[in-house]
Design a protein around this ligand. Structure first.
Ligand code: G6P
Ligand code: ZN
Length: 544
């Protein structure tokens, strides 16, 4: 087998975003495009000679081809061993779990998360480091710098590996271990949750759940977890076979895209509990019968009830949330006497807090929740966590959340997305807001008085690194907030996100519909930012 050195020239658009390099499939299929990026990863790694890496993806279109290319490049670059998912499948949380378990140097995860797949859909490549978490900015910056200077890459001339059954193979001098990652993942869940108690609940015949894997990566994990180990009837998991195009759907677990599940959970004779996860399995949505739990409330509820679950029975070191996530978890943390950290959007910002033992649970408004068991957010983990709480409490999802609001007050919360708007006006909107920030504090808009306004900047408490321009926050004296941010994960034009939050301590007002409760703030956001003018849209594309 010969190692070929192929001449190449840089692509100018390989800067990793919030979560790796994400582009359309045709972009990745350009000659040398994937190879340049992968070689830049290898060139930026210290100690890749002889190292172990994890490789797999969410099963989307181009997953298998990309895996064969990366295996040959890894062999040519002196990697010692690659653990590759059977069928090319590795959910993001399972990859994080296996990187940690095998003390791997890192992992290459092929996914565009919740973006649609297929020949004209999206693809992505993300590098995770040895703690199992997304590469921090200093690593992604090094990779990006390398992509701008690359002149050649190495690839082994070799036959493809059969990915469809577990086994050990040799590729040049490199070991290739094709593994079924469902097993280590389920074993990790067993160390955290009370499987017996959950099994009693799910097999009692009195409690029904519905899990929607949206034809994406969690299918095999969810079938095993719920139907095999936790005693739920076969059929509990719907859309549980990963498809290359996710059945034509948008594998994002929210009220808009998980419509099959929403119909079931808000229909007649709805089950007691519903959940969905995204393309690569790190996001989750939690529903009760006719009831939606916001991701921010979900993090707050998990924090408040963590000691009911074996893995967290000794309490939490702290909790962390991204800046646009509602302040509901802060209220729980204050009561528990633990720290609540506010980080920029992106799971990578939780890594240092988790490694340093400062936070145990983390969460984001974008349907991500997780803990120190791995270094990624974990969709199925959140589902099993909820089941464990439900099994202990014996009440409904809605009762748990309403009781929670009663105790802590309710943070009404909603996100309005303006997807695929032209980039220039979206940037102008942000610039205009930025230019007004200094003069806002003390200013009144109707009943609202601005307490603070800034472009969020974060100094990592562990390594002191500073991340600036992470979103515009306007906070009011009554605890309400309006936040504007441009998405870092879109692949077409810009996506403007408006996050709106208000705090209501009075339980007699907790039943108000969310959009109604937030409507004065939504109007105020329009008044301040002229969203309609800049986006050319009179309403958001998605409201969650
Ligand atoms: C990915 C990241 C998350 C992040 C989300 C939203 O899913 O893993 O940590 O919250 O993207 O990013 P965006 O920049 O699109 O708002
Ligand atoms: Zn994801």
């Amino acid at each position: 087998m010969t190692i070929c050195t192929i001449k190449t020239t840089p692509f100018s658009d390989q800067k990793p975003g919030t979560s790796g390099l994400r582009k359309s499939v045709p972009a990745f299929q350009q000659p040398h495009y994937l190879e340049n990026f992968v070689q830049s990863i290898f060139d930026s790694l210290d100690g890749c000679e002889g190292a172990t890496l994890v490789l797999g993806g969410d099963g989307r279109y181009y997953n298998r081809e990309a895996i064969q290319i990366i295996l040959k490049m890894a062999a040519a670059n002196g990697i010692g061993c690659i653990l590759v998912g059977c069928g090319g499948i590795f959910s993001t949380p399972a990859a994080s779990c296996v990187i940690r378990q095998y003390n791997a140097l890192g992992g290459i995860i092929l996914s565009a998360s919740h973006n649609p797949g297929g020949p004209n859909g999206d693809f992505g490549v993300k590098y995770n480091v040895s703690n199992g978490g997304p590469a921090p900015e200093k690593v992604t910056d090094a990779i990006y710098n390398r992509t701008k200077a690359i002149t050649e890459y190495k690839i082994l001339e070799a036959a493809d590996i059969n990915l469809d059954r577990p086994g050990s193979f040799k590729m040049g001098t490199m070991e290739v271990e094709v593994m079924d990652s469902v097993v280590p993942y389920v074993e990790l869940m067993q160390t955290l949750f009370d499987f017996d108690k959950i099994k009693d609940l799910l097999s009692s015949g009195k409690f029904r759940m519905c899990m929607d894997s949206l034809h994406a990566v969690t299918g095999p994990y969810a079938h095993a977890l719920f139907e095999k180990y936790l005693g739920a009837p076969v059929g509990t998991v719907q859309n549980g076979t990963p498809l290359e195009d996710f059945g034509g759907g948008h594998p994002d677990p929210n009220l808009v895209y998980a419509h099959d599940l929403v119909e079931v959970m808000f229909g007649d004779n709805a089950p007691d509990f519903g959940a969905a996860s995204d393309g690569d399995g790190d996001r989750n949505m939690i529903l009760g019968r006719n009831f939606f739990v916001t991701p921010s409330d979900s993090l707050a509820v998990l924090t408040a009830n963590a000691t009911l679950v074996p893995g967290y029975k000794d309490g939490l070191a702290g909790v962390a949330r991204s800046m646009p996530t509602s302040e509901a978890p802060d209220r729980v943390a204050a009561k528990l006497g633990i720290d609540c950290y506010e980080t920029p959007t992106g799971w990578k910002f939780f890594g240092n807090l988790l490694d340093a033992g400062k936070a145990t649970l983390c969460g984001e408004e974008s349907f991500g929740t997780g803990s120190n068991h791995i270094r990624e957010k974990d969709g199925l983990w959140a589902v099993v966590f909820w089941l464990n709480i439900l099994a202990v409490k014996g009440t409904s999802v809605e009762e748990i959340v309403r009781d929670h609001w009663q105790e802590y007050g309710r943070n009404f919360y909603s996100r309005h997305d303006y997807e695929e708007v032209p980039s220039d006006p979206a940037n102008e909107l942000m610039e205009l807001l930025r230019s007004q920030l200094q003069n806002m504090p003390g200013k009144s808009y109707g009943n609202y008085e601005v307490a603070y306004s800034d472009d969020f900047s974060y100094t990592d408490p562990i390594d002191g690194s500073v991340s600036q321009k992470q979103g515009i926050r306007i906070g009011f004296t009554d605890g309400s907030r309006i936040i504007f941010r441009l998405s870092g994960t879109g692949t077409k034009g810009a996506t403007l996100r408006l996050y709106v939050e208000s705090y209501e301590p009075d339980a007699s007002k907790h039943h108000v519909e969310t959009q109604e409760a937030l409507s004065p703030l939504i109007q105020l956001a329009e008044e301040i930012a002229h969203i309609k003018k800049f986006t050319g849209r009179d309403k958001p594309t998605v409201i969650t």
